[in-house]
Design a protein around this ligand. Structure first.
Ligand code: HSE
Length: 412
């Protein structure tokens, strides 16, 4: 059986390495007589690379070669990954991808095309890197009615927040370190602004609730505005700040999906997930809470999930795996302003007594928080549960203070 890899970056080269390193074992598990890499598509050159002889720049070589039964897409981005994957599926080839942007934007359509062409489209590596999560949700937890899923789905932001919490680094210092360590890109926006976590929660929500969730329907907030003062107030409240992606089924059939920094209580299983690790909590009616934890990024952990999908494709050439969901209608994802939360608010003022009185008037019972060495005029508190709409309206009325931070509080 022949395999082609499209995109010879970090993950693609990890896939090639793993296919060679564990070749005998992979062939055996695949229930094939052989499993060989035939092409690697990349525009770049890799002089001296052990697979230099397999490198091609022309995609048609892959799509027109009947011997290639499995195509691995590790290019990332939407174009031309989408066009190449679509053409591969239509040509009757199984496709394995690690590309969350592609699955989040086009998953529903590509699964349908795979179905029509009686081939597999598998994407275990698109969420949680090496952590098994797509198969556990669709197979092991299939008997459950899952009504909520939440997690730390981005390793880079978790590393930055960990450094702020444990080493007292500022956001800028921690981001620089993340870039130095090769976690964050030179343009870190996809990670620090929450887009990467958003794509991943969209995929998980589609899988759990059966309808596609488009990333642009999801309220997404990143971690750029988190300060060490917020970290200290979270500590005094009894928790830590994490970037939490979450999706919940609503009683009327819609879903609530959001990505934002959030206070997480110290006793939560998500609170001790540090550095570049990811954790995903799935709440099912039979299982209760189950948490999947591990390396959510990186060359070999991600290659581990990709190659597992390759093996699964090889084993299911005749009997297709079912990972499908329907398209969704406008309004399927509820407006985030309808969501209810409790909130942490930090503000500064020149007249603390008047400001606290005004906040109490607007918010009713508030619980004040304290931190060591707070500058004069700074105060922070936690509200009772309020809708996002209510909090926005109330904050717009505040005149006695400058609101510096508003962070949601979770109950995971
Ligand atoms: N940039 C991503 C992260 C890589 O930091 O988690 C894996 O999707």
């Amino acid at each position: 059986m022949y395999v082609a890899i499209m995109g010879y970056g970090v993950v693609g080269s990890g896939v090639a390495t793993l296919l060679k390193k564990n070749h005998e074992h992979i062939v055996k598990k695949s229930m094939q007589s052989e499993m060989e890499l035939k092409y690697i598509l990349d525009r770049r050159t890799f002089p001296g690379d052990p697979y230099e002889h397999l490198l091609i720049t022309d995609f048609s070589k892959i799509v027109e070669d009947d011997e290639v039964k499995i195509v691995v897409e590790t290019m990332g981005g939407l174009h031309p990954a989408y066009e190449y994957v679509l053409a591969s599926l239509k040509a009757g080839k199984n496709v394995v991808t690690s590309n969350k942007e592609l699955v989040a934007a086009k998953g529903c359509e590509l699964l349908k095309v795979a179905d029509e062409n009686n081939v597999n489209f598998l994407f275990e590596a698109s969420v949680g890197g090496g952590i098994p999560i797509i198969r556990p949700i669709s197979q092991c937890l299939a008997a459950n009615d899952i009504d909520e899923i939440a997690g730390i789905l981005n390793g880079t932001t978790n590393f930055i927040l960990t450094k702020m919490i444990t080493d007292g680094m500022t956001f800028d210092e921690a981001l620089l370190l993340a870039q130095k360590n090769g976690y964050a890109e030179r343009d870190p926006s996809a990670d620090v602004d929450g887009f990467d976590a958003c794509r991943k929660i969209c995929i998980l929500a589609a899988l759990c609730f059966g309808k596609h969730v488009y990333p642009d329907a999801v309220y997404t907030e990143g971690i750029r505005k988190i300060t060490l003062a917020d970290v200290e107030y979270a500590r005094s409240w009894g928790g830590v700040i994490k970037l939490i992606a979450r999706a919940k089924k609503m009683e009327d059939g819609r879903v609530s999906v959001m990505v934002s920094p959030a206070f997480v209580q110290n006793h939560s299983q998500l609170a001790s997930v540090d550095d570049v690790f990811n954790a995903i909590l799935v709440r099912g009616d039979a299982i209760g809470d189950v948490v999947f934890y591990g390396k959510g990024a990186g060359k070999m952990p991600t290659a581990s999930a990709v190659v597992a999908d390759v093996i699964d494709c090889a084993r299911h050439m005749e009997r297709k795996k079912f990972f499908g969901w329907q398209d969704s209608e406008d309004g399927y994802v509820a407006d985030y302003l309808e969501t209810e939360n409790t909130f942490y608010i930090r503000a500064t003022t020149e007249n603390a007594a008047a400001a606290v009185a005004q906040f109490s008037e607007f918010f009713g019972d508030i619980s004040l928080l304290a931190r060591q060495d707070a500058p004069e005029g700074e105060f922070a508190f936690v509200t009772k549960p309020l809708s996002e709409k209510e909090i926005a309206e109330k904050l717009a009325l505040v005149k006695e203070a400058n609101v510096e931070s508003v962070i949601r509080i979770t109950n995971y």
